[in-house]
Ligand binder design. Structure first.
Ligand code: DP6
Length: 344
């Protein structure tokens, strides 16, 4: 009697690595909540040391539902709903009905205003599309990542990226900023991690509340186009002073819109304000240093690659006694999305 060894079915999987990005000119407010079309365009720097690695395998029966882990912990509740919503877009496009196993690991403190949703959804989009057999262009990947989290549209690209607000799904995507002289390589960010805990108001809720209630929101939007134009001109001129000034004004304005919302939303803490004062003092002491903050208390300091570690040491010394738990990261321009196809 002869037996034939059954060949186990091969299920395609893919692993993607996407890096966090920090906006120099911000996205804050949606024109379309479902499609995630922003009110403003935005400009960001993708960072090297902060990234998410995600593997997707469509290995589960449709009825079993998707499962995901992040840093070994099961993902549940709203974050899981957002993951399944992105996977549904991929399943619809690819015409598959299998549920997925998603395994993700972060070097970015999750949801602490360090852009973990940007790297997370960019990695998920890249891995899910490849695992489903889709062959998407970078622009299509950017649009897909955008549906998971707006800022993720920019994490498809390395260096400096601009997300064009557009007016519908097709016209709202990010792309690299022309950078023939590799200006991005001259830039660095000193990230002052003041509190790595979860933020209490998500950026999604915070921006909706700001758009709906803040009298400062429309004036900020009106000024925003000028901030972006100045920043893009600064990149073309390799002028970090002009870039830093535009970034600082834009971020301060964004936080002013939140503080004037009813009731106010204020992500900045006493430690954030101490950090902002230290950045101003660093500039007075001759450092290239400009601060930007997102939906959390941490302060990111734009500087030059040449001065980044000296600035980090200086800021640590200034802040050590005021902020005992201070943790700092020096990040440089990072790469765009990478995807590897494999079997589950
Ligand atoms: C302050 O991209 O996290 O970091 O699209 O609702 O997922 P959703 O929001 P998200 O918002 C980021 C806001 C910001 C500014 C920015 O990255 O441009």
């Amino acid at each position: 009697m002869s037996t034939t060894a059954a060949t186990p079915p091969v299920t395609p999987a893919a692993t993607a690595v996407a890096h966090a990005n920090i906006a120099l000119i911000k996205y804050w407010g949606k024109a379309d909540d479902d499609l995630i079309i922003p009110v403003t365009s935005s400009l960001s720097l993708t960072l090297d040391d902060l990234y998410t690695t995600t593997t997707v395998c469509f290995d589960r029966d449709a009825g079993a539902g998707d499962v995901a882990t992040l840093d070994g912990e099961p993902v549940t509740g709203k974050p899981m709903v957002r993951i399944t919503a992105l996977l549904d877009l991929v399943r619809d496009t690819a015409g598959i009905d299998r549920a997925a196993t998603v395994t993700s690991a972060n070097t970015v403190p999750t949801a602490a205003g360090l852009a973990s949703s940007a790297s997370g959804f960019a990695a998920l989009a890249g891995a899910a599309a490849a695992a489903a057999g889709l062959d998407l262009s970078d622009r299509e990947l950017s649009r897909l990542a955008r549906r998971g989290s707006g800022s993720a549209s920019r994490s498809i690209f390395g260096g400096l990226a601009v997300w064009h607000a557009g007016h519908d799904d097709e016209t709202s995507y990010a792309e690299p900023v022309p950078d023939p002289h590799h200006f991005a390589a001259d830039l660095a960010m000193v990230v002052l991690v003041l509190d790595a805990g979860q933020k209490s108001v998500s950026s999604r809720d915070g921006m909706r509340h700001t758009v709906e209630t803040s009298p400062e929101y429309r004036p900020w939007v009106a000024a925003h186009a000028g901030h972006l134009a100045s920043a893009l001109a600064a990149v073309a001129d390799r002028d970090i002073v002009a870039l830093g000034e535009a970034a600082e004004v834009n971020a301060a304005g964004m936080h002013a819109t939140m503080r004037s919302a009813v009731p106010p939303v204020d992500y900045l803490t006493d430690a954030s304000h101490a950090a902002l004062a230290a950045v101003a003092a660093a500039r007075d002491a001759g450092f290239p240093a400009w601060a930007t903050m997102d939906a959390g208390p941490n302060v990111k300091v734009l500087t030059t690659a040449a001065e980044a570690s000296r600035l980090e040491g200086w800021l640590r010394e200034q802040l050590a006694s005021d902020i005992p738990g201070l943790h700092t990261v020096v990040a440089h321009a990072g790469p765009g999305l990478t995807v590897t196809r494999e079997d589950c």
